[in-house]
Design a protein around this ligand. Structure first.
Ligand SMILES: Cc1cc2nc3c(=O)[nH]c(=O)nc-3n(C[C@H](O)[C@H](O)[C@H](O)COP(=O)(O)OP(=O)(O)OC[C@H]3O[C@@H](n4cnc5c(N)ncnc54)[C@H](O)[C@@H]3O)c2cc1C
Ligand code: SF4
Ligand code: SF4
Length: 504
């Protein structure tokens, strides 16, 4: 596996402690050169990390550690963010370095105790910690920049001490009640996109290692929640074992019941633009698969590690033998790089699905607003057809779509033709970066402002900014918040109380 474009730099400082704890490192490592007694503060750090580790493993490393904060907040932006070399993660390295460190540290402590009872004792003792803090700052800092921000942490002796304390906690049974582990609410909803692994500071692979209780029980996990914050399916959380068991009992949403592994052949590839292609897959094994408009499928991009990418289904299920997806190449994108380079007509690929039901309108829905920007238009291609042709109860369907340029308006003629044929369908397109003939200029929100949304159900797919703004405007214009459904690749924590959501 190439690490190029694989590991993703992302925010890891979700609390003030994590954002500013690095200041403590500077105070001790630099300030201690003038006032060595500052080093004695490290005794509190050691007590803290050993104590918390007994109950919940390396929590300290991910949530409190001042050096960890320095690596994540200050040095991550400068880091080359490479794959951490395997030998630095190995047991011999960890044990060997632990012995080396403890020997030298012990020697210095004993040296300081030679001044026991004298005026300079506390200064000499404090300086042992100051020196250690400074060395870790420099060595760990260099590794953070030239390898990965958390390279040092792989063999940090304080991490090893925590693992010993954690093992004691496990042996005594204490952790069964107190441990907090990354938990997946429902593995059948996982996109297998590997994003949890790509953002993990320790380059762990939770999505490949959940145990039978749906928990990631790995002693190296620092409980930093970076994977939780970045999972596009919104199915990860950090929970104790009892809550994990409760989550495990929750029923699987209907849209995931028919998920299956599919072998398919690429039947055709249509070049829609230089960075946009429409792929039609023919099902081989099984030969027939039924799906609904508004669902998505997973496309396998790599075998090792097993990784897929999610794409909205852009075809209407005519014969149960084909599925179409429109894929936009992301600059430096890991998965689309592989798809655009290696996926040719006639090639056999693996799919999983169909999945999802957030964008599938419930039976009986009479008035629908579909809102999309960018590549978010794709699920609405079959959804409009399905609503108008297969649902007798539907009284009105509005499709509002926005792109930067008129040439990017996907299926524009198709939607215009449909609007002419069916009075119930209202199609409005808008472009933001040019004055195009016959089209208003601006974003979809401009069109939503002019709309009475009372009595509608709204289904959205697109960027976070669009979804958040549209929610505000539509609810101001009469939409009940419970009737707002969206899919977005980005996490949208601003909308905690809206209806169903898949990609939180
Ligand atoms: C339900 C669902 C439906 C979807 N439907 C469609 C669809 O119909 N069509 C479509 O084209 N896409 C769709 N997507 C998006 C698709 O799944 C992929 O995310 C997309 O194709 C990009 O994949 P990638 O591996 O090329 O990009 P990635 O490498 O995963 O990059 C994605 C983004 O992550 C960030 N990133 C990546 N690497 C780094 C780095 N090293 N440092 C910092 N940031 C980084 C960038 O912001 C980049 O834009 C959908 C997603 C979901 C969840
Ligand atoms: S959907 Fe979430 S849990 Fe599954 S692989 Fe992607 S990030 Fe990991
Ligand atoms: S698995 Fe998740 S919580 Fe554990 S270290 Fe990796 S990103 Fe942090």
């Amino acid at each position: 596996m190439s690490s190029e474009n694989y590991y993703i730099k992302t925010n890891r400082a979700f609390t003030s402690v994590r954002r500013y704890a690095w200041l403590f490192t500077l105070v001790v490592a630099i300030g201690g050169l003038w006032e060595p007694k500052l080093g004695l503060l490290v005794l509190l750090v050691m007590a803290g990390l050993m104590g918390t580790a007994f109950f919940t493993g390396r929590f300290w490393c991910g949530n409190v550690c001042p050096h960890g904060s320095l690596f994540d907040v200050i040095l991550q932006p400068l880091s080359t963010n490479k794959k951490i070399p395997g030998f630095l993660k190995s047991k011999p390295m960890m044990i060997g370095f632990f012995i080396f460190f403890m020997f030298n540290f012990g020697r210095r402590i004993l040296g300081a105790f030679q001044a026991w009872g004298t005026y300079s004792f506390l200064d000499r003792l404090g300086f042992v910690f100051v020196f250690t803090y400074l060395v870790v700052m420099i060595l760990g800092g260099v590794m953070a920049i030239f390898a990965n921000p958390r390279t040092w942490c792989q063999f940090c002796p304080m991490g090893s001490i925590q693992k010993i304390s954690y093992a004691l906690g496990k042996t005594t049974g204490v952790t069964e009640k107190t441990d907090q582990l990354v938990t997946i609410s429902n593995p059948d909803m996982c996109h297998k996109c590997g994003k949890c692994a790509r953002v993990c500071p320790f380059q762990l692979e939770p999505y490949l290692e959940f145990n039978e209780n749906h928990q990631f029980d790995n002693a190296n996990c620092i409980r930093c929640a970076t994977c939780v914050e970045n999972c596009p399916a919104g199915i990860l959380s950090i929970e104790n074992p009892a809550t994990a068991m409760e989550l495990k009992e929750e029923p699987l949403p209907a849209g995931y019941m028919n998920r299956r592994h599919i072998v398919a052949t690429i039947e055709s590839i249509k070049e829609l633009d230089e960075d946009l292609r429409e792929y039609t897959f023919r099902f081989e094994e099984p030969a027939e698969v039924r799906y609904e408009a508004g669902q998505f499928m997973l496309v396998k991009v790599t075998e090792n590690p097993e990784a897929y990418r999610a794409y909205s289904i852009s075809s209407f299920d005519e014969d149960h033998r084909h599925v179409t997806m429109i894929i936009k190449k992301v600059e430096t994108g890991y998965g689309t790089g592989i798809i655009f380079d290696e996926f040719q007509e006639g090639v056999q690929v693996e799919l999983e699905g169909p999945m999802g039901d957030v964008l599938v309108p419930k039976a009986g829905t009479e008035h629908m607003i579909f809102v999309a920007n960018g590549i978010g238009i794709t699920p609405f291609i079959p959804l409009v057809k399905e609503a108008l042709e297969n649902r007798d109860e539907v009284k009105s369907v509005k499709l509002i779509t926005g792109q930067r340029y008129a040439k990017d308006l996907l299926y524009h003629d198709y939607f215009e033709e449909m609007a002419q044929k069916d009075q119930r369908f209202d199609y409005q397109a808008i472009v933001s970066r040019e004055d195009a003939a016959g089209l208003p200029r601006g974003h979809v929100t401009k069109l939503l402002k002019e709309m009475d949304a009372t009595g509608y159900k709204a289904y959205l797919c697109g960027t976070k900014v669009m979804v958040v703004d549209a929610h505000r405007i539509l609810t101001e214009n009469g939409l009940n918040s419970e009737n707002f459904f969206f899919e977005s690749e980005e996490k949208i924590s601003e909308l905690p109380s809206v209806g169903q959501k898949l990609t939180a």
